[in-house]
Design a protein around this ligand. Structure first.
Ligand code: ADP
Ligand code: MG
Length: 243
């Protein structure tokens, strides 16, 4: 096992609001870590600092032995290695499905259009949307759009994938297909950090579950420890409310 991500004493403030209050988190290669916790506890901010969408106020974030808090590190290189999937898909509605997936490989990795489109078609196949290459984004359901967003993130061949409540904006009947794609990815050995309220997914897929409350990690452990034998009072309260 090797360390993929090591977060040490990570603090993030917005103005006077201290949102992350000294987070320590290590993620191993091939590990699936699920982050749970109440709304407003800092889960999105934590993921966003890992991807440099937010600058840490203090602390260090080492990814593949590179401290990304270091100002000299090239942000594009970091983002090429870390895919991110958001709650609201964030696809380009004026482009086709295929164009969305090809955009970053062509612009950032300088792939030829032929290479990028071949890969886009393969990725669409793996997310169950083989026939949608030329479709307009708006013609797809939310669940289909989210699977396109996953394919788009994978097109950069990242070795870490971050998911921020990827199924929270979906109608219930669409959730399963998206979770299936994520399960497949986990099976293939992708290192994943997933913020979700889907406790079934956490129980089945997570190697480790991390409970964040008020900008701090209050407890972490295997799904069995966290769901079966929670120790922290606030974790127990949280689980009582959502299960
Ligand atoms: P969660 O994802 O757990 O719901 P967030 O990380 O989105 O929590 O938010 C944690 C806190 O940080 C909230 O109080 C939120 O208002 C604040 N926050 C998040 N992003 C910003 C921002 N860009 N500017 C100011 N405050 C922010
Ligand atoms: Mg959030």
């Amino acid at each position: 096992m090797s360390e993929k991500v090591k977060v040490t004493n990570l603090v993030k403030t917005f103005g006077t609001n201290e949102v992350l209050k000294g987070i320590n988190l290590t993620v191993q290669d091939n590990e699936v870590v699920v982050i749970i916790g109440p709304s407003g506890s800092g889960k999105s901010t934590l993921l966003r600092t890992l991807n440099k969408l937010e600058e840490p106020t203090s602390g260090s974030i080492v990814i593949d032995n590179t401290d990304i808090a270091n100002k000299n590190v090239n942000m594009n290189t970091i983002r090429e290695n870390i895919g991110m999937v958001f709650q609201h898909f964030n696809l380009f509605n004026n482009l086709t499905v295929g164009e969305n997936i090809m955009l970053a490989p062509v612009e950032l990795k300088k792939e030829t259009k032929a290479e990028a489109s071949k890969q886009a078609k393969q990725l669409l196949d793996t997310v169950g949307l083989k026939e949608k290459f030329s479709a307009r984004v708006q013609s797809l359901s939310g669940g289909q759009q989210q699977r396109v967003a996953i394919a788009r993130a994978l097109a950069m061949n990242p070795d870490i994938m971050l998911f921020d409540e990827p199924t929270s904006a979906l109608d219930p009947e669409m959730v399963g297909d998206v979770l299936e794609v994520m399960k497949d990815l986990a099976k293939k050995g992708m290192t994943m950090i997933v913020v979700t309220h889907e406790m079934g997914f956490a129980k089945e897929v997570a190697d480790r579950v991390v409970f964040v409350d008020d900008g701090q990690i209050l407890e972490q452990g295997t799904p069995d420890q966290i769901f079966g034998h929670p120790k922290n009072e606030r974790l127990r309260d949280f689980l009582n409310k959502i299960l």
